[in-house]
Structure formats: C-alpha cells, structure tokens
Design a binder for this molecule. Structure first.
Ligand SMILES: [Mg+2]
Length: 393
C-alpha cells in the first residue's frame, strides 16, 4: 500500500499481545504454553493486569479480580507484575518503531500509532513485527489503514500475532457490522443508551440523520458521524514523555507528628494529581521526598501496574511510602512526585471495575470546582485533619 493522491495517509497501529504475560514467558521459558496470569495489586486491589492466551482459554480476562481468575483457572501460574522489566522491554520495542518512522505516538506501554505515509504500510508493519519477534521474543499485532481508529480496529481484529490491512474501499463493509462500542469514545453508558434506541451496529448508527447526531452527541456529533463513515482526520502526534510532575513544601517549623505529615502529604498529592490531569497525563510511579531537620534527605517510590491520576490513588501510594519510611527525626521538607508519565488515554485496565475508575469521575468533579474557585475546594480527609488541627481556613 503506497500513498496515493486520494488516500494520502498510511497509519500503522501496533499492540503487543498479552504483553506482561508474554514478557514473563520469554524471560522464563518454563512458562511458555502455560496459563500465565499477571496481577495481584501491591495495594491489594487484586485485579488481573494481563494474562496469556492460554489463560484466556479458561475465561480469564484483564481487569477481572484475581480471586475470580483463580476460580476459573486454579492451575494457572499467578505472577506479580514486574513493571521495571516491562518498561525495559517496552523501551526496546519503541526503539524498533523509531527505526521505521519519526512520527510515533505512544498510547501505552505496549501500544503505538506509527505514521508510515509514503511507505508500503503492510511491508513496514510486517518488518516491525519481525524485528520485535527476533529481538525481544514477543509477538505484536499490527493494523494498517488510512486513519488512526481503523488501524487500531484492524489490529484488534487480528490478535494475537496478526497483521491486517483495511484499505479505504473496504472500510465501510468492515465497520458496518461492528458493535457501536467499537468506536473510540462510546463506553458502556452510551452503548446502553443507543441500545434502547435499537442502534447496535456502526452501520445502524451511520443511517441516523445529521440532526439526530447533533442532539444525541452534542459537541462530539461531527466526530462520531464521521467515524461511522470511516473518516478520522486525527493526526499521529509524536509524544515525548515529560519526566515528572512534583510538588514540595518546606515547613515553617520542623514536623515530627506523622498525622500532621500525612495532612501535608494529602495536599501535595492533590496538587500533583491536579497538574497531571490538567496536562492530560497519568503516572505509573509515585515518589515521595523527605528532608530531615539536619538536611539529610531520603526518597522512596513505588511503581503501579496501571497508571493513575486521581487524588485518592496518588495519595494512597504516597501515604504507604511515608508509612514505610517511618521518619523518626523531625521533618523539614516533604515532597510528592509523579513519574513514568503516560497520556491520559493509556489506562488499559481499570483498577476497580470494568467501568472507569470511580476516582476518575470524582477527580473530574473536583477539578471543575477547582477551576472555578482557583484552589482546591474539596480536600482529602487527611488535609481536613491538618486544617482543623492548625485552625487554618
Ligand atoms: Mg497489548
């Protein structure tokens, strides 16, 4: 497929197959061909992050509680995530993508759009798949098309270890029978609403009049109407990771009391989380910094299996780090940092249930208030204790 005047873009979507589980199988060949289930959250939330295709055969799925996975597949091999290792393999995989195009958009640790306009897209995709397999020992699936969302649908439809090309002339026939939820942005709630109207496929959606789209989708009407027709002008946007977002506070007087420190930590975590969401990012790693009265400084950090951006989730990790660090000397400065930043859209597995994390909704409401009043108006419980104790307003 080369670019032509009528069909100017060539976009490849690459997505590693059962990424965490495949890395585990590659690192420990004894696991190959076995049901490998990577999950069990350090905070005890216990959901499956990724499972091998052998485990999927038993009905195990990402985001399923680990306990349920165990019932379905008791002889499965349950492994705690090793995020540092997955990050290493991911970096090596993105180095391979960079060889083929300067325009690579990172969607998550194992997923990217690559703009290969002017190239033979199918050949480039096949070549990337070969390199990843040879150099890293894992398989990726690739979708090739003339726009982003179709390239992604193409790779989704040929997993695992597949390559699929959807040319423009086949796009409508490919899209029409798919469920409306295949369109990015149509979640379970919207799907349910469309279902009550009898609109279940993209083909049915496409038949609806323009005025109906305006009424139903409001500001997003054009976007959804176009996607239903296989039109997606979104460019592949190369994205470079900012290193971190952090906040710190030097106290007027050194603090010894752990509850008081926790209160400050909550406020710092809220500020970091707010800035993350404003930048449309999530973080995979949360760190804290503690400087003591004598200027000695320690840092602690923890990496999560899935990126987060809510006040509550970031505070929870920071608080656990503070408790583990158990500072015994008076503290002069406290800091919270968000690292391992990824775009907002890259949360693959909701930590709580198959719908969005409830914290995301809560955070969004809090951001609206904060944007309106210019300061946090809703505070985490620990901050409230601090303010009460300090008699501040
Ligand atoms: Mg994947």
């Amino acid at each position: 497929m080369t670019a032509t005047g009528a069909d100017p873009r060539c976009i490849i979507h690459i997505d590693a197959d059962a990424f965490f589980a495949s890395v585990e199988q590659q690192d420990n060949p004894v696991l190959k061909g076995k049901p490998v289930i990577v999950g069990g959250h350090p905070q005890g939330r216990g959901v499956v992050a990724t499972c091998s295709y052998e485990a999927r055969a038993y009905g195990v799925r990402s985001a399923m509680p680990v306990a349920q996975a165990y019932r379905l597949c008791p002889h499965g091999i349950f492994i705690r995530p090793r995020m540092d290792r997955y990050k290493q393999v991911s970096d090596a995989m993105f180095d391979i993508f960079d060889r083929y195009s300067p325009i690579v958009e990172k969607l998550s640790i194992d997923e990217a759009f690559i703009d290969a306009t002017g190239e033979h897209g199918v050949e480039v995709a096949a070549s990337i798949r070969r390199d990843v397999k040879q150099e890293l020992g894992i398989t990726v699936s690739a979708g090739v098309s003339y726009c982003k969302f179709l390239a992604k649908l193409a790779s989704d439809s040929c997993k695992p270890d597949g390559l699929r090309y959807i040319p423009r002339e086949e796009a409508q026939a490919f899209l029409d029978p798919l469920p409306v939820s295949s369109l990015p942005g149509i979640g379970p709630k919207t799907q349910a609403k469309l279902d009550t109207l009898g609109i279940r496929t993209i083909g049915a959606l496409r038949q609806m009049p323009e005025t109906w789209f305006d009424k139903f989708f409001g500001k997003s009407a054009k976007r959804f109407r176009e996607m239903a027709q296989g039109i997606d002008p979104e460019p592949v946007t190369p994205w470079r990771e900012p290193k971190s977002i952090s906040e710190e506070n030097t106290f007027d007087a050194d603090i010894h009391d752990i509850d008081e420190l926790q209160g400050h930590l909550a406020l710092l975590a809220q500020n970091v989380a707010f800035r993350l969401r404003k930048a449309r990012l999530r973080c995979r790693t949360v760190g804290i910094k503690i400087r003591f009265y004598n200027f000695s400084t320690i840092t602690r950090e923890h990496t999560l299996p899935e990126p987060v951006s809510s006040d509550a989730e970031i505070f929870q990790v920071a608080k656990a780090l503070l408790e583990t660090a158990a500072p015994e000397k008076p503290v002069r400065l406290l800091g919270v940092a968000a690292k391992g930043l990824v775009p907002e859209s890259s949360r693959q597995v909701p930590l709580f249930d198959p719908a969005d994390s409830p914290w995301d909704d809560i955070s969004r409401s809090m951001d609206e208030l904060r944007n309106k009043y210019g300061k946090p108006v809703v505070l985490l419980g620990s901050c409230l204790n601090l303010l009460r104790g300090k008699n501040e307003t």
